[in-house]
Design a binder for this molecule. Structure first.
Ligand code: DP6
Length: 319
């Protein structure tokens, strides 16, 4: 009973966004999402068996309610009574729109299963991680992944080696946790945005184009699809009641800088999740110029250079 498992998992960055739920209780997504698992940033989680389920992120105990349905589903699936203590550290700001819940729940699903001595297929692990956060269903796999609308689990599409030149520059605009969780913002969009239906319809169409771009490693088309997806997602949210805007002045400055770079022939396509941070898609030869331009734009702005990365890795087990 004294097993400790250490898992390292990377966040899943959506190029075509999941935003809205088809089934809130089961946490099934209303839109398809196409994502890349990021190498270069990670969550490390140490899991032990314990008297009660407790989760700490960066030393701070998390709200138990947020994790209850995940742990219940885990016990049902593994047919166990085990309880878990998880201590997690992120190499990037937590709950600030950098997809920490995707790597966090992926690490928990893999680590708790192992700590309890269970064995689940990657599909089952993906379905389990989804109960915590739908984006985590994708983070159970490395490389490029797809979570179809309404799906219980994600599918790996291409391994990380599919596109070796692809780079993602994560721009940390703010390290503050966001005021509104993505879950609350999705609920507001679904219940009150007049653009919600249009968002759902456009997402399916965009997915087809983005898949084609990914297959052909066409950065211009993938970049355009990524820009359309985040813009439409934020437009739908901005039209919710009350209106919600996650962006800060520096977010807008980075969007404009990407446009200026493209006008100069340097390929840089931005995407934004539920927060102020910007992630920029580019190819390896352009990455230094992209990073340099951000330094000049705002000295002190933190950037993290990522590439397509691996799925969760179980690093250590002690008896
Ligand atoms: C904007 O997966 O955090 O990052 O399922 O409610 O936990 P829950 O939401 P979460 O939402 C991610 C939203 C997004 C887009 C994406 O990753 O697809």
């Amino acid at each position: 009973m004294s097993r400790a498992v250490m898992v390292q998992a990377s966040p899943s960055l959506a190029l075509v966004k999941y935003w809205g739920k088809r089934d809130e209780r089961r946490n099934l997504p209303a839109t398809p999402s196409l994502a890349v698992t990021l190498g270069g940033v990670h969550t490390r989680t140490r899991i032990t068996l314990s008297e009660a389920d407790r989760v700490f992120v960066g030393g701070q105990e998390q709200d138990r309610e947020r994790f209850a349905s995940f742990f219940e589903a885990l016990r049902r699936r593994l047919r166990t009574e085990a309880r878990f203590r998880a201590e997690s550290l992120n190499s990037f700001p937590t709950a600030a729109g950098l997809a920490s819940s995707s790597s966090g729940f992926a690490a928990l699903a893999v680590g708790c299963t192992r700590a309890a001595g269970g064995v689940l297929s990657s599909r089952e692990l993906s379905a389990l991680a989804r109960i915590g956060s739908a984006s985590a269903a994708r983070a159970v796999f490395g490389g490029f992944t797809l979570l179809p609308a309404g799906a219980r689990y994600a599918r790996p599409l291409f391994p990380e080696q599919h596109w070796p030149e692809l780079r993602i520059v994560v721009v940390v605009v703010s390290t503050q946790a966001k005021a509104l969780t993505s879950r609350e913002a999705m609920r507001a969009t679904r219940s009150s945005s007049p653009f919600y239906r249009a968002w759902l319809v456009s997402s399916g169409r965009l997915l087809a184009r983005a898949l084609e771009a990914l297959e052909r490693s066409d950065i211009e088309l993938l970049g355009l699809c990524a820009r359309l997806s985040y813009s439409r997602m934020h437009a739908a949210l901005l039209a919710a009641e009350p209106p919600e805007l996650y962006w800060l002045p520096a977010t807008v400055a980075v969007i404009r800088e990407c446009a200026a770079l493209r006008a100069k022939g340097i390929g840089a396509w931005e995407t934004i999740d539920a927060g102020p941070q910007v992630k920029i898609l580019c190819l390896e030869p352009d990455a230094p110029a992209v990073v340099q331009s951000l330094r000049e734009l705002e000295p002190g702005l933190r950037t993290i250079l990522c590439r397509p990365g691996p799925g969760p890795v179980v690093e250590e087990e002690e008896e």
